[in-house]
Design a protein around this ligand. Structure first.
Ligand code: 0PR
Length: 391
C-alpha cells in the first residue's frame, strides 16, 4: 500500500522510478502492439499539448482563444466529413462522443421515443449510453458481410425510436454498415441517424481519395445527424481526444445547460464534462494544420497497403483464414481447425498484443506498424498455427 509522504522526494529519484516501472508497459514502437486503435501521438501534437496544458474548455469565457480553436477544429473535421458548418466538441473519446450523440437525440425527440436501434457490432459505449440515459437498446443482427441487416433494422424502427446508429468502421472488423440506406430510412421516418466513425472517420475519406472502394458514410447523406470521429485513434492526437460533430446546432443545443457563475462569464455547456482539457483540442488543431489532408492520406495509404499484405499472408496460412477482406486497416483472423483462444494465447506468450473477439483475433495496423513488424508477426503466426494443428 502506498501513502502520501510527509516530505517530497527529489525529481531525479521520482523520474528514475517512473522510467523503471513504466518499462512494463508495451511501447508502440516495439511493433508488438497490433491490438490497439491508438497510436503514439505525433511529436508536434505532443509538444503543443505540453505547452498549453493549463487551458480549460469548461470556462470558454476565461479561455476565449482556446474556445475559438475548438470551433475551428470542429469545422476542419466537419469539412473532412462533407459539412464544414458542423458544430460539436473535442471530447474525452469515442465513448463520451457517443453518449453526447445519444443524449442529444433523446432530448430532441418526444417523450415516447426511448429506443435506439443499433447493429450487434455496436461499441460498448452505446450500451453505456442506453444505461445512463434510460434508453432501450434494440440490437439488429448482422448480414453475411458483418454489416447491420437492413431489413431487420427497418422492422425494428418504430414510433418509439429516437436514434438509429450505424457504425463506419466496427470495433472488431472495421466494416461499414449500410449508412446510405440507413440514411434514407432515417429521413423517411424523421429519426436522427448517428454514425459512429470513431475509428473510420480519419480513414474512410482518405481511402476513397486513394481510389479504394469505400461506401459513403458522412454528412453527404441527408439522414446523418451526428458523427463520432476520434482524433486519438487514426487522427494521431494525444489521448484524450474524441470528437463529436452535429449537422445542426439545434441537435447539440438539446443537451445545453446554462452555467451562470463562471469566472469567464455565463455560458451554455453542451458537453458531459465541465472542466475539459483545452490542450487536447489545441494539439488536434495544430496537427490538422500541420499534416493537412495529404499527411493523413499518405499515412492511411501506408497502413492500408500493409494491411493488404498482412491479409494476403493470412490467407496463405493453412488452418486459418480472414473473417472478411479488410475494409479498413484492420484484419480479423479465424480458424475452423484451431481454437482462436488457444492461438491468441500462444501469440500473447510470444509478446504480441492482439485483441480477441468471440470467434476471431483482431489485428489493427496503425501508423506505428512497420513492414518488419508484420513480417515477424506472420512468421510467429505461421509457427503457432503449425504447432497447434500438430497437436
Ligand atoms: N466507437 C468505436 C467504433 C470504437 O471502436 C471505440 C473504441 C469507441 C467508440 C470508444 O472510444 P473510446 O475508447 O475512445 O472511448 N475502440 C477501441 C477498442 O475497443 C478502444 C481502444 C483503444 C481499446 C486502444 C484499447 C486500446 O488499447 O478497441
Amino acid at each position: 500500500m502506498d501513502e502520501l509522504q510527509e516530505k517530497g522526494s527529489p525529481k531525479s529519484v521520482i523520474l528514475k522510478e517512473l522510467k523503471n516501472r513504466l518499462q512494463k508497459d508495451l511501447t508502440y514502437n516495439s511493433g508488438k502492439n497490433l491490438g490497439s486503435m491508438c497510436a503514439y501521438p505525433h511529436p508536434f501534437a505532443k509538444q503543443i499539448y505540453a505547452e498549453f496544458i493549463e487551458k480549460n474548455l469548461g470556462d470558454p469565457g476565461l479561455f476565449p482563444a482556446t474556445a475559438e480553436f475548438e470551433k475551428e477544429v470542429v469545422q476542419m473535421i466537419g469539412s473532412l466529413l462533407s459539412h464544414p458548418e458542423a458544430v460539436g466538441h473535442i471530447v474525452s473519446g469515442g465513448t463520451e462522443a457517443n453518449i453526447l450523440a445519444m443524449w442529444a437525440a433523446r432530448n430532441q425527440g418526444n417523450k415516447e421515443r426511448h429506443e435506439i436501434v443499433a447493429p450487434e457490432s455496436v461499441h460498448l459505449s452505446i450500451e453505456k449510453s442506453a444505461d445512463l440515459l434510460n434508453l432501450r437498446l434494440i440490437k439488429v443482427k448482422l448480414d453475411d458481410s458483418f454489416r447491420m441487416n437492413l431489413e431487420e433494422a427497418k422492422r425494428k424502427i418504430s414510433a418509439k425510436t429516437c436514434a438509429i446508429i450505424g457504425v463506419a468502421g466496427t470495433t472488431g472488423l472495421g466494416v461499414v454498415d449500410p449508412i446510405a440506406e440507413l440514411s434514407e430510412v432515417a429521413v423517411s421516418n424523421n429519426i436522427p441517424l448517428h454514425v459512429d466513425a470513431a475509428f473510420g472517420g480519419f480513414v474512410l475519406t482518405f481511402l476513397k481519395e486513394l481510389g479504394f472502394n469505400v461506401p459513403d458514410f458522412d454528412f453527404q447523406l441527408q439522414g446523418v445527424s451526428s458523427i463520432t470521429v476520434d482524433p486519438h485513434k487514426m487522427g494521431l492526437a494525444p489521448i484524450p481526444a474524441g470528437g463529436i460533430v452535429f449537422r445542426n446546432p439545434t441537435t447539440m443545443k438539446a443537451v445545453a445547460k446554462r452555467v451562470t457563475y463562471l469566472a469567464g462569464g455565463e455560458t451554455d455547456q453542451t458537453t458531459l464534462l465541465g472542466t475539459r482539457p483545452g490542450a487536447s483540442c489545441i494539439a488536434v488543431w495544430a496537427l490538422l494544420k500541420h499534416l493537412g489532408r495529404d499527411g493523413y492520406r499518405s499515412r492511411v495509404k501506408r497502413c492500408m497497403d500493409l494491411t493488404i499484405e498482412l491479409a494476403d499472408e493470412i490467407e496463405k496460412i493453412e488452418g486459418i483464414g480472414l473473417v472478411a477482406r479488410p475494409t479498413l486497416n484492420m484484419a480479423g483472423i479465424e480458424s475452423r481447425e484451431v481454437k482462436v483462444e488457444a492461438l491468441a494465447g500462444e501469440l500473447r506468450k510470444r509478446g504480441w498484443a492482439i485483441a480477441l473477439f468471440p470467434g476471431y483475433i483482431r489485428i489493427v495496423v496503425m501508423p506505428h506498424t512497420r513492414f518488419g513488424h508484420i513480417e515477424d508477426f506472420v512468421k510467429d503466426l505461421k509457427n503457432t498455427v503449425k504447432k497447434l494443428r500438430g497437436r
